[in-house]
Write a protein of this length. Structure first.
Length: 295
């Protein structure tokens, strides 16, 4: 039986912490664009810790469970961390290939986007665009996922570390679906301001929900096999690092709400195929022990 009181408190605290931070940038529109963008990124990064704060407070105060019940002291089988590290870049590459296949964007090996950005920077015009691309790809694949864990853990401690286990009495499939739906809805204020789906403030919210259900299924698979929020945090950090790499190879001006990044509809096919493989190979639903279900 689900703990409705704990779930209610978790959701109230999560949204009460995160949504104001998502919305504050609406008050900063009179600032110069660079300052406003930096402030927005900072505020939204802090908002990522809303679910984590809610998980900690609800666990300690409402459920009166020890802090260790959030499993931060646990890693689980190491092979799943390789999945968490390298699957997101593969999915991002698939998203890029599908973007080209469906004609949403055109390939640009002159790296016009990078050249234009570097031309506006002092001394940037002398740096080869190809070198910048190589550095960005290497950083996104090797280092950025681990740096991003600092903020991604704030979300994953909440969504997979607390919410998913506390929804498990509904059954694994429903728990994964509901947690993904809530995760997608949580992004609504940021999506309405242009996150991931620029130009689609309303439809983008629904697209974000679909994306989060698909991606949340993969993250849940990783969590349920390790019982650790760290693996989901690494996967989340890797997603954030590699989500837009394909855009570097496209001509400017394409519809970034429909293709190019892992959040867009063309990328859903890659995630759906991977989830289908998990199901057909009987890796999903995950065979879990009773201690996983209670968190």
């Amino acid at each position: 039986m689900t703990d409705k009181k704990a779930l209610t408190w978790f959701l109230v605290i999560t949204f009460a912490v995160s949504w104001p931070l998502f919305l504050i940038p609406l008050l900063l529109r009179d600032l110069d664009p660079t300052t406003a963008q930096l402030a927005t990124q900072g505020l939204w990064a802090l908002a990522m810790w809303g679910p984590g704060i809610a998980a900690i407070l609800t666990t300690l105060v409402v459920q009166k469970k020890p802090f260790r019940s959030l499993n931060l002291n646990r890693l689980g089988p190491k092979r799943y961390y390789l999945w968490a590290w390298f699957l997101p870049p593969v999915l991002s590459i698939v998203a890029g290939l599908l973007t080209l296949f469906f004609g949403i964007a055109k390939l640009d090996l002159n790296f016009t986007m990078i050249r234009d950005a570097m031309a506006s920077a002092a001394g940037g015009g002398s740096v080869p665009a190809g070198l910048i691309v190589v550095i960005q790809i290497a950083f996104a694949f090797l280092l950025a996922p681990f740096i991003n864990v600092i903020f991604a853990l704030g979300e994953e401690l909440g969504w997979r570390g607390f919410l998913l286990p506390n929804l498990m009495p509904l059954g694994q499939r429903k728990a994964i679906l509901v947690s993904g739906l809530i995760w997608g809805l949580w992004h609504a204020p940021a999506v309405a301001q242009g996150l991931n789906y620029p130009g689609y403030p309303v439809a983008g919210v629904f697209m974000m929900i679909v994306f989060c259900i698909l991606l949340g299924t993969i993250f849940s698979w990783l969590y349920l096999n390790t019982k650790s929020p760290w693996v989901a945090a690494l996967a989340h950090g890797s997603i954030n690092a590699s989500a837009g790499l394909s855009v570097l190879f496209f001509q400017p001006g394409f519809n970034m709400a429909l293709g190019g990044t892992i959040a867009t509809p063309v990328a859903w096919l890659g995630m759906a195929l991977f989830i289908g493989w998990l199901v057909l190979s009987k890796r999903l639903p995950v065979q879990v022990s009773s201690d996983t279900q209670v968190g």
